[in-house]
Design a protein around this ligand. Structure first.
Ligand code: FVH
Length: 283
């Protein structure tokens, strides 16, 4: 249910893998191509739900999900519902409760991919909710990409989704900061990109060891102390200001480091900043 670009890609991948597939969309014309590929078009949501042991919904947002599935003629009793619509963790938990009250079994999901890669292993699709429901349909869902079950807590898929977005934008912003600095000296983005790639891969390699420190709550400065890092941050800010490049991003992370140092963590290693990240900030 739902045939935006993503819904069409999902239905197309099921068909390509040989699964009998029934589709429904508010605007029925969006099913034309899928019908040509062998999909059945259900005239109503209720018909779509009856057509299959597995119902996948991928709409714009959770409001649309509740509008479509909450209509009075829709009976969710006995349905296994997999909701791949993007939303936040509270919406996931609330929708699981809502679906449960209507007799549905519910998995929440998050798609960390764009439509053209759906159906390939590059498409990462996360699920959370009852494991037995996921396992019963793992093979079918595998037609969509690399599918993973994260745990029984329905909030997990959307939390991993936003955690992934935090990683993606942080890496891209760091790269853009460096690119802007180097462009002031005539170095173009393409020249810096492979160098930046090596740095990003190197930093990614630190994550398991740093994660261990966070989970133990013990941050010995094995490589560098936070106060040393903070001095390098000051240097990055000064350089950015000197060459006329935006320094807002380094100022932000320097402010966080300064707060941790003021709280007595200057001699500890960088991941001690998790304590700053774990609090609500000012903005
Ligand atoms: N496209 C992407 O790259 C991203 C990748 C990451 C995950 N997202 C999420 O997937 C959801 C669907 O995205 P989409 O790209 O398919 O397109 P949308 O425009 O967001 O969704 C359009 C479908 O939703 C239907 N719809 C919207 N509101 C209603 C409603 N009130 N009642 C019934 N259907 C509704 C819409 O129907 P129609 O306009 O064609 O009649 C489309 O089927 C989304 O959560 C992304 O964040 C995709």
């Amino acid at each position: 249910m739902g045939l935006g670009l993503m819904g069409q890609a999902l239905a197309g991948a099921f068909l390509k893998a040989g699964h009998p597939t029934t589709v429904w969309n508010r605007t029925a014309a969006k099913a034309d191509q899928l019908r040509a590929e062998g999909a059945e078009l259900a005239p109503t949501v209720a018909d779509a739900l009856k057509a299959s042991p597995l119902a996948v919904v991928c709409l714009t947002d959770y409001r649309a999900v509740h509008e479509v599935l909450g209509a009075s003629e829709v009976d969710l009793d006995g349905t296994l519902l997999i909701n791949l619509t993007s939303g936040d963790s509270a919406q996931a938990r609330e929708t699981a409760r809502w679906a449960g009250q209507r007799g549905a079994r519910y998995l929440d999901g998050a798609i960390m991919a764009v439509p053209p890669v759906i159906g390939t292993e590059e498409a990462v699709i996360l699920h959370s909710g009852p494991e037995e429901e996921f396992e019963a349909h793992r093979a079918t869902l595998g037609a969509l990409g690399t599918v993973t079950h994260l745990g029984p807590d329905h909030r997990l898929a959307s939390l991993y989704d936003v955690a992934g977005l935090a990683m993606m934008w942080s890496v891209l912003n760091a790269w853009l900061q460096g690119t802007a600095l180097l462009r002031t000296a005539g170095v173009d983005a393409a020249t810096y990109a492979p160098f930046a790639q090596r740095i990003a891969a190197g930093v990614a390699g630190w994550l398991p060891g740093y994660a261990e420190q966070i989970d133990r709550g013990f941050f010995p400065a094995e490589v560098s102390a936070l106060e040393t890092d903070a001095r390098a941050m000051a240097h990055l800010i000064e350089e950015s200001e000197a060459v006329g490049v935006n320094a807002e991003l380094p100022r932000l992370f320097k402010a966080m480091a300064d707060r941790a140092i003021a709280a007595g963590h200057g001699g500890e290693q960088y991941p001690v900043l998790i304590e700053e990240f774990g609090k609500p900030g000012d903005a």
